[in-house]
Write a protein that binds this ligand. Sequence first.
Ligand code: MLT
Length: 245
Amino acid sequence: MRIEVLFTPAEITEAAVKGKTVAVIDVLRACTTIAFALSRGCSSIVPVASVEAATSLVASLDRNVTLLGGEREGKRIDGFDLGNSPAEYTAEIVKRKTLVLATTNGTRAVSMSEGAREIVITSFVNMGSVVDHAAKLEDEDLTIVCAGKNNRFALEDAVCAGMVIERLCKDKEAELNDGAQAARGLYKQNEESITALLRECEHGRYLEGLGFARDLEICSRVDSLSILPLVKQGRIGRPRKPRKK
Ligand code: MLT
């Protein structure tokens, strides 16, 4: 298996994602929020690249069973039902609903990876499910796309990519590109202190300033959700339980 890490969506090329399994990582917070919403009973999620795409899609759907969520600069968008805080996505609110989600970097990275055979939404909270799934890829390549921040490097996403690699390499021989080797090294430097990492990284400090300190703690709970969100044809359907090895 070959594992490649792209630290920003700006590095996505057709060759890097086409026909491959792509793990998209946005620890703070889109991928964590998606895992939360699904685990609380949301029936499907449509990640979209822009606010305009979200509002026009929602206009064609039954509003009684559809939620519009997302953020700009970390804050809920005017007229949207929900922001991008995982804590907002309670069972009471999301159960049996379709969620259309537009976030600045996370859902955009998902849209930009659309040539992939399969997109796996990845964060610390559902790490175990993602790694179990990726471990079954046999000879297939895995491309890990870090959503980053405004097309720039984000430490928390790189460390999360490194954790995927570290766990996968325990059981598998893998060829790593330079990005994957660097991500693994960053993970090793931070493995004992994921919560502190999320508090200290740039976007974590920004979110704390907005009053979202609790989100940082939620997003740092490694393996707290057993959920495998797969994007197929632009939609994340009802998640299936991860297959056992
Ligand atoms: C994003 O997609 O840029 C993020 O998830 C931003 C956030 O809400 O923290």
